[in-house]
Design a protein around this ligand. Structure first.
Ligand code: SIN
Ligand code: CO
Length: 383
């Protein structure tokens, strides 16, 4: 498991002083790091239909172009002034997914994906803002990174319909990053990375749900479960003074009526568990051609030459209240005292040996849980 070499900082101090507040560059945060994927493998991913990729290029004279993947050939882009960005590489590369352990001091539900970029000399996406926190780990090569403070006077620029940039800003950080350096950029801080030479950047991007997404997600659950059909009632109404008025009493009653379901902890927790474990990018789900029987799962656990692994990048979390539940990829698996220890292992992203798993199968409920996650394709059998 790789960890950040914090130097004088600790995760606690980082959260207090920098998280969502100030950018930070940690030199040699991961000594010896050069990358988890080679540039040509990245180019291979950018050729795949289901993987989101872009190439952003410029002519050195502020003329910018955006090309969307999948790509068949990269030769037209030449030797410089462009960058290839591939989203959610951690869903396809387990080594890249392991980079998430760098930010284990922040819960997994806050993390979105690991985006990887390959940039040629002078390549970059230009000065811009992002709405999310990001940790950018420098792999191979060097890049000049400038990061500034939020500044309402910055102008939004649209040098291409698919490319939002901002006007030049005063940098708080202006450094050349080298392999193993880690840059933290809070939301809405202008930044610009310009490659010095061919270089790879690994961006651990965070997710922060918007209020409107949460409300509409909650409404979707009510509709799916047909739970939103109850009507407002007012059996204790008294004659009103002015029929054109919506009284404070009625407003409060309507407000309480709407909130009654929102305040139902079981319903809210089921919604939020499902919502937060949904992946925003394609995953390599491995659904078996024919559903496994529980007896078959017990049988394969005798084989010590295989192990069970989660699909790379899959999101899982456990919510204990009001009754324990494991959420994986937007699905809920109800737990009990006997299945909680196994669920804890299934919620981590580490492969499990058959020997470890075998110890759980004395309990039928554990075998059932394991069979369910295998049949959903969230975990798979690996030779
Ligand atoms: C990158 O070019 O690797 C990161 C782009 C960004 O700053 O969002
Ligand atoms: Co950015």
């Amino acid at each position: 498991m790789i960890k950040i070499s914090w130097g004088d900082l600790t995760p606690e101090k980082f959260l207090q002083e920098y998280w969502q507040k100030k950018p930070l560059l940690i030199k040699q945060a991961v000594p010896g790091f050069t990358g988890t994927i080679e540039a040509d493998e990245l180019a291979g991913l950018a050729m795949e239909q289901e993987i989101e990729s872009r190439i952003i290029s410029h002519d050195g004279n502020e003329q910018w172009q955006v090309h969307h993947g999948p790509f068949e050939d990269f030769s037209q882009f030449g030797e410089q002034n462009w960058t290839l960005l591939v989203q959610a590489v951690n869903n396809w590369s387990r080594e890249t997914n392991q980079l998430l352990s760098l930010v284990n001091f922040i819960p997994r539900w806050r993390v979105d994906d690991v985006m990887v970029s390959f940039s040629t000399p002078e390549g970059g996406v230009g000065a811009h803002l992002d709405q999310y926190d990001v940790f950018i780990l420098q792999g191979e090569g060097r890049r000049r990174w400038q990061v500034g403070a939020p500044d309402a006077s910055l102008k939004t620029l649209l040098p291409h319909p698919d490319l939002k940039q901002v006007s030049p800003f005063d940098p708080l950080i202006d450094e050349i990053t080298e392999p193993g350096d880690l840059l933290y950029i809070p939301p809405n801080h202008p930044h610009n990375g310009v490659s010095v030479e061919n270089s790879l950047n690994f961006s651990i991007g965070f997710q922060a749900p918007s209020n409107q997404d949460l409300w509409s997600g909650f409404a979707d659950i009510l509709i799916d479960k047909n739970l939103g059909e109850a009507r407002f009632t007012d059996p204790n109404r008294t004659a009103c003074v002015d029929s054109s008025q919506l009284t404070e009493k009625d407003t409060k009653a309507l407000h309480a009526f709407m909130l009654s379901q929102f305040n139902d902890t079981a319903m809210f927790n089921e919604f939020i568990g499902k919502y937060l474990t949904q992946n925003h990018h394609a995953l390599e789900l491995l659904i078996p051609m024919e559903a496994f029987e529980q007896a078959y799962v017990v049988e394969i656990l005798d084989n010590e030459d295989i192990h069970l692994a989660p699909v790379s990048g899959i999101k899982a979390l456990i919510i204990d209240e009001p009754s324990p539940c494991l959420y994986i990829n937007g699905d809920a698996f109800t737990l009990c005292e006997e299945t909680k220890p196994l669920a804890k292992l299934l919620a981590s992203s580490d492969p499990l040996t058959t020997k470890t798993l075998k110890s759980f199968t004395d309990c039928l409920k554990n075998t059932q849980l394991l069979t369910n996650v295998l049949n959903k394709g969230y975990w798979f059998i690996e030779e």
